[in-house]
Design a protein around this ligand. Structure first.
Ligand code: ADE
Length: 337
C-alpha cells in the first residue's frame, strides 16, 4: 500500500495503540494532567477570542499518556478539523509540502513522533511555522529556483516521547511545550472506572485498585489490563465481574507484578544487579546485554523505573537503587533475601 502522510481520523482505527472507544472526546472526560488542561484552555480561549490560529504546541512525555487524545481535544475546541501524520511517514520534503498545502484555514496539523522528522523536512517546517511560507526548490543545478507559497493560518501540534532529540531550532518555534507526566493512582482508578462503564463490565473497587497500581501510571496500559481482566472474568469469573481475585490472576497470567513491572523490566534490573554489580553501567553496554535497542530502554523501561525510584541515570551510567532490591527481594550482593 502506498504511504499517505496525509492521513486523518480513519487511520487511527488501524493503530493498535489508539483505543477509539475509550478515548475521551470532551474535556470533562479527560482525567488528570490538570495543569496542562488549564494552560491549554487559556491558550485556546485567547486564540478563539482573537480569531487567530492558536500558537504551535509541543506535547512531550512517555508513550500512552494521551498526547494524541489531547491533540484531538484541542482540534475539537478550535472547530474540529485535524490532519495527522508522523515523523517517519514524512519521508520526503514533498510529503510535508503535500500535507501543508492541503490544510484548510485554522486547521490543526498533528505530527506524531516528531523527533523522527528528518532534518531536511525540518528546514521546510521552520518558515511554515514562523511565517506561513512554504519554500520549495524546483529544478536542479543552475536552473534550480525557489518557489514560495503562502500557507493558510494553521496550528502545528507535535508530539514526542523524546523532547531532547528535537533540534533546538524546532523546539524554539513552539509557542508552548506541555509535558505530560505519569498519572496518579487515583487518576488511573478514575480512568479505569470510566472505561469499565463504557465496556459494560463490573469491576470491584479492590480490583480497580489492583489494576491501577499495575498500570505504570499510563492510561493505555490501564485500559489494556482492564480488557484482559474482562476476558479473564468472562471465562473464569462469577457472572463476568472483575473481582480482586480475577484482577490478581490476570496480572499473574500476563507476568505483570503489583507495581506494573513486566519481565523485561525485571530482566533489566537483574542484569544490572547481577552482571554489573548494581551499576553504574552505560546504556549501550546495557542494551547489548539485554539484546534490546537503546531507544526502547530509554523510552519505555527507564522512565517508569526511575519514577518508582528503582533506577537512577548518573553521569557514569545506570544504577539500581535500594528500593528495587527490596522489591525484588534481593540483598545488596544480588542474592535472594
Ligand atoms: N484515556 C486516555 N487518557 C485518558 C485520560 N486522561 N482521561 C480519561 N481517559 C483517558
Amino acid at each position: 500500500m502506498p504511504k499517505d502522510p496525509n492521513i486523518s481520523f480513519t487511520s487511527a482505527k488501524d493503530d493498535p495503540n489508539v483505543d477509539l472507544t475509550l478515548r475521551p472526546v470532551i474535556w470533562d472526560e479527560y482525567i488528570g494532567q490538570e495543569k496542562i488542561k488549564d494552560n491549554l484552555k487559556v491558550l485556546l480561549e485567547a486564540a478563539k477570542r482573537r480569531g487567530e490560529a492558536a500558537d504551535h504546541l509541543l506535547f512531550s512525555g512517555p508513550a500512552g499518556l494521551g498526547k494524541t487524545t489531547l491533540a484531538y481535544l484541542v482540534a475539537r475546541e478550535l472547530g474540529g478539523s485535524i490532519k495527522t501524520t508522523s515523523g517517519p511517514a514524512l519521508e520526503k520534503v514533498g510529503d510535508l509540502a503535500a500535507v501543508l498545502t492541503n490544510l484548510a484555514p485554522g486547521e490543526i496539523l498533528f505530527i506524531d513522533e516528531a523527533h523522527r522528522v528528518n532534518p531536511m523536512i525540518e528546514e521546510v517546517l521552520y518558515p511554515a511555522m514562523e511565517a506561513r511560507k512554504l519554500h520549495l526548490v524546483v529544478g536542479k543545478g543552475p536552473s534550480a529556483r525557489t518557489l514560495t507559497l503562502d500557507l493558510p493560518p494553521f496550528t502545528l501540534i507535535a508530539a514526542t516521547t523524546r523532547e531532547n532529540l528535537l533540534s533546538q531550532p524546532l523546539r524554539s518555534r513552539f509557542g508552548a511545550t506541555l509535558r505530560l507526566g505519569y498519572y496518579t493512582i487515583d487518576d488511573i482508578k478514575k480512568i479505569l472506572t470510566r472505561s469499565a462503564k463504557i465496556l459494560g463490565v463490573q469491576a470491584s473497587p479492590e480490583a480497580v485498585d489492583i489494576l491501577a497500581r499495575a498500570s505504570r501510571g499510563t492510561p493505555r496500559v490501564a485500559n489494556r489490563l482492564l480488557r484482559r481482566a474482562r476476558d479473564f472474568a468472562d471465562v473464569h469469573g462469577e457472572e463476568g465481574t472483575i473481582d480482586a481475585e480475577a484482577a490478581r490472576r490476570t496480572l499473574a497470567m500476563l507476568e505483570v507484578d503489583e507495581v506494573g513491572l513486566e519481565p523485561q523490566d525485571r530482566k533489566l534490573l537483574l542484569t544490572i544487579i547481577q552482571k554489573f554489580n548494581g551499576g553504574p553501567v552505560g546504556v549501550n553496554t546495557l542494551a547489548a546485554a539485554l539484546s534490546e535497542e537503546r531507544g526502547v530502554i530509554e523510552d519505555i523501561y527507564e522512565p517508569y523505573l526511575m519514577t518508582l525510584g528503582f533506577l537512577q541515570r548518573s553521569p557514569s551510567g545506570r544504577v539500581v537503587l535500594p528500593a528495587a532490591y527490596a522489591h525484588l527481594k534481593l540483598k545488596q550482593d544480588g542474592e535472594l533475601l
